[in-house]
Design a protein around this ligand. Sequence first.
Ligand code: MCN
Length: 793
Amino acid sequence: MTATASNETRYVGQALRRKEDPRMITGRGRYIDDIALPGMAFVAIVRSTEAHAKIRSIDVSGAANRADVVGVFTGEDLAGDFAAPMAMAWSPPGVEIKNPKYWPLARGEVKHVGDPVVAVVGEDRYSVLDAAEQVVVDYEPMPVVLDPEKALEEGSPLVWEEFGTNKSHQWEISGGDVDAALAEADVVVEQRLVNHRTAGGAIEPRGVVADPHGMKMTLYTSTQIPHIARFILSTLTGIPEDRLRVVAPDVGGGFGAKLQVYPEEALALVLAKRLKRPVKWIETRSENMTTSHHGRDQINYVTLGAKRDGTVTACRARIIADLGGYQLLLTPFIPELGFPVMGGCYKIPAIDLVFEGVFTNKMSTDAIRGAGRPEATYWIELTMDKLAAELGMDPLELRRKNFIGKEEFPYTTALGITYDSGDYHGTLDKLLQRFDLDAFRREQAQLRERGVYRGVGVSTWVEVCGLAPSRAVGPQGVGLQAAFWESSMVRVHPSGSATVFTGTSPHGQGHDTGFAQIAADRLGLDPEQVEVIHGDTDQGPWGWGTYGSRSLAVGGEAVARAAEKVQDKAKQICAALLEAAPEDIELTDGKFQVRGSPDKFKTMGEIAAAAHLPPHELPVHIEPGLQETAVYDPENFVFPFGAHACVVDVDAETGKVRVIRYVAVDDCGPAINPMLIEGQVHGGVTHAIGQALYEQVVYDSVGQLVTGTFVDYAMPTAAELSSFETDRTVTPSPVNSLGVKGVGEAGTIAATPAVTAAVLDALAPLGVKWVDMPLTPKRVWEAIQSAKGGVPA
Ligand code: MCN
């Protein structure tokens, strides 16, 4: 930040409509499949039909002999085209992570249904699918293991025989003496929680177009991380980075599943290089469900210890994470990403965490919205509820007793993580202002007399996001080793309008609008005069992309800093034009004016004209032009938080759960755009209600995917949901100058425990103590029957 920057808030804080929407909703978006290039060929992938098998032989003749087929390629055919196997990017100090070689096309063995085996390239996008069906792969099936706990047992079938175990790694972290604290605790509760496998389910599936032209190759790909993709794909394919341009055009949602570098991206590059023509591959919906990475899939064993008065003294968790068949980019790291907030909003003096990553014959897991933090919040919140029940204490009173107080921030947890700022009582107070719990309890009691089972669940959540400050991670940190700064370049054109380049890569979050608001205030412009460019490695400086609710707290701060540098220079130019001292120029009402003389001012348009066509008054030390770059590496993560309440009705006859009210109070610091925040919370909560009640990736006993379409994988629609009530408190973060924290994952992190707790509350009179998600009618009905002593759960 520059010393002289003055930051008006003419536009920051306004609920402006999204600039990008008119284009999107009038069919003017440009997604991967909208790209058509002359001479473009189409790729279809033959995928494994077996969950685990040796490839005995592959007969490609049926496809290769077709007139409309350009080429058919097996893993062996392309062995010389790849300089390295697919990348995995986590190597914590002192921990060995087993990382089997993962090639874009299988070589010799397949590890899950959908594993890519053969690439068929044809002239026509539809007939190439027919050609792929003519490839005959002879598999020798091998034993399959699908359950991560069984996979850890002695004698289990091995996904990777070469390792002699299915355990990929074990990572541990602790602070305080948990054994002693548990031994001295008055009350100890234990719970096993299953956080099942889910999919990203973006509207636009993945897709790539690789376009070789001259000395260069352009890869259009539906990704959240164009710059990272270029770097990694360059190492995989040997195409030098400067010759490889990666473009993320409009991206129709990612939800974490496009925070990945996938085999198809590498394949498209080598095929285009070999064939010397553009190639396109578009994922079908069932391919998307089968081979875009999945998320969650953890089993958590949690123990909490407390004094009789409710003071929590110890927390221990064993986290068993199902990684699937291969390590993708962040596969082994994602469960651990939740660890900084595994103590929740609470002052827990002793915490002990053990993470075990396990290979199974399923698609790999990796980041799905929230990535490790929804799982952490799910288990800490529900185990707190269980502890409250054990103590005979109100669950909210238990929370309040253990909350980190507002005045205690920055607060360093037992695990050495420093929470930046917070007001946990504040969000809970506001929630209870909007949601009259006493009135609800009265209504609930009356309804129960009529056989209506209504329940409420409350989740008080905290998140770690703003990934990731290099100072807070790495060797001295706690092994996360993921340090990502962010960049921005701000260019004011001679006419006074501006272009902002950001290294983030939105795919639905609204950066075009929010970042324009930040820049507009600092440049004395209207957001309509500010264009935001992202997602193209040939434009603007390097950036790390969009995930981990980092874009505003890291990328938005970089935009602010670059714009403030421009503002600084604009003030110098203005001072020269008005014959005033630069320190006397202030930005007021969008005008650069001399302090105390409001009629002596210049607009950004006038200043920009002078910057590009320098008049003689400009001192020589001021370089022509008006463009600045900033790179921002934060000092710490940011820790948004909130309190959510969910009300459900459960039909005790059928087990069907209906969400009838949802109230979310969140705190992500000062709003850049409250409408964007609200949209993110709505989407996030929907995502979590989907997981809690409906969505699950299911494999059958031999590893065939059962949920390959949106008919079987039940995503909620508006018809299943209630309206959401949202509210906010504002606790600025001291970490960045905007005071902002992330909100893109907030709802997803907060809501699964609230929904589950609501169902358990509703069913308490029936004696139901636990139901694992997804809380489908069948599961809920079985839990009711089991509590009645009838049908087993
Ligand atoms: N914002 C704001 N004021 C604040 C905080 C945030 O106005 N105080 C705005 C930001 O300007 C931005 C939006 O809220 O427009 C989200 O910002 P941030 O929390 O920084 O999150 P990211 O932009 O980094 O988004 C990532 C996050 C993740 S990790 C997933 S997954 C996700 C998500 O956001 N996937 C999404 N939201 C999604 N929304 C859509 N439509 N589609 C997806 O795939």
